[in-house]
Ligand binder design. Structure first.
Ligand code: NAI
Length: 332
């Protein structure tokens, strides 16, 4: 650790030297995510772990000439993959098949995430933990409970990755408005499943959409994942767009850790916004900083319709969060 601090303060070219660990690197998301992280110059040590296939993925992406070392780890080497890590990204777990909701994944993914969280708590207790594995509304509370049990919970370092909803919102709104999606910034709040996904269109240039168009757009953002699940016809859910979303969010967390200013992304975090109503975790715009979460922003001004959507989202979130907490209590 000392040498890392020394390196950071003495050499500007190595100022941003970070170890990033991907748990589930051999999967549909894990592989392209690992590729994109290899292209991020802040990542100097890329650790790829999976139950199967990680050494192969590592050998493959390691040939890309960017300034990072890449190593693949087998199940016996989980502790090594995590030790010294600054950021741990978790796309491990089963994806949806047609007809499934994210909640249907709970039974399988809850124990995968719990076990990986235990290892992260033991070997990378200070790392930022980025959860992609679904159902995010429940898997993030699972990680929090495990870290609490191990006495190392830091709410500033735990994130549910909701960036894909933000990407979809930009893209889908641009298709309606005939604009360049690159310039479309849509804040998406709430959680990451169905009606808990609430895009705040009233805060964009498109608040004047007629009700029918607006409702269809919101529905598409909330259930956009289903389009991919259906088109893949049993072969899984979003992997490539999710990899892009995961790489963007990981990049934002690294930018924050590196002390860059005004790094803001919506993300699902331990949030004070609606705690008094029993909603322990909530996604809203978060400024990322050297310690992880720097500022959790409130929702800003909402339309009456958005107020209603947020109310509905909170009702579902309370149940989803409770389910994760209960799981760890019953299955420590
Ligand atoms: P996949 O099945 O292609 O890959 C999952 C990988 O996880 C596999 O390589 C598997 O070996 C690995 N794995 C399973 N258990 C593990 C363990 N205990 N330790 C390490 N690795 C383990 O699935 P895909 O498509 O990559 O999806 C992964 C997860 O991401 C799913 O839960 C999916 O629902 C979720 N997802 C989340 C999104 C989001 O917006 N947050 C969007 C899309 C998918």
């Amino acid at each position: 650790m000392l040498s890392k601090i020394a390196t950071r303060s003495f050499s500007s070219s190595q100022a941003a030297a970070y170890k990033v660990t991907v748990l589930g690197a051999g999967g549909g998301i894990g592989q392209p995510l690992s590729l994109l992280l290899k292209l991020n110059h802040k990542v100097t040590d890329l650790a790829l772990y999976d139950l199967r296939g990680a050494p192969g993925v590592a050998a493959d992406v390691s040939h890309i000439p960017t300034n990072s070392t890449v190593k693949g780890y087998t199940p016996e080497q989980l502790s090594e993959a995590l030790t010294g890590s600054d950021v741990v990204v978790v796309p491990a777990g089963v994806p949806r098949k047609p007809g499934m909701t994210r909640d249907d994944l709970f039974n399988t993914n809850a124990s995968i995430v719990r076990d990986l969280a235990k290892a992260a708590a033991d070997y990378a207790p200070n790392a930022a933990i980025l959860i992609i594995a679904n159902p995010v509304n429940s898997t993030v509370p699972i990680v929090a409970e495990v870290f609490k049990q191990k006495g190392v919970y830091n709410p500033k370092k735990l994130f549910g990755v909701t960036t894909l909803d933000v990407l979809r919102a930009s893209r889908f709104v641009s298709e309606i408005a005939g604009t360049n999606p690159v310039n479309e910034k849509v804040t998406v709040v709430g959680g990451h499943s169905g009606i808990t996904i609430v895009p705040l269109l009233s805060q964009t240039n498109h608040k004047g959409l007629d009700v029918e168009t607006r409702d269809a757009l919101i529905n598409r953002i909330q259930f956009g994942g289903d389009e991919v699940v259906k088109a893949k016809d049993g072969a899984g859910s979003a992997t490539l767009s999710m990899a892009q979303a995961g790489a963007r969010f990981t990049g934002a967390v690294l930018d924050g850790l590196a002390g860059e200013k005004d790094v803001v992304e919506p993300t699902f975090v331990d949030s004070p916004l609606f705690k008094s109503e029993g909603v322990e975790f909530f996604s809203s715009k978060v400024t990322l900083g050297v310690e992880g979460v720097k500022t959790i922003h409130d929702l800003g001004e909402l339309s009456d319709h958005e107020e209603e959507l947020v109310k509905l989202a909170k009702e579902t979130l309370i149940k989803n969060i409770q389910k994760g907490v209960e799981f760890v209590k019953q299955n420590p």
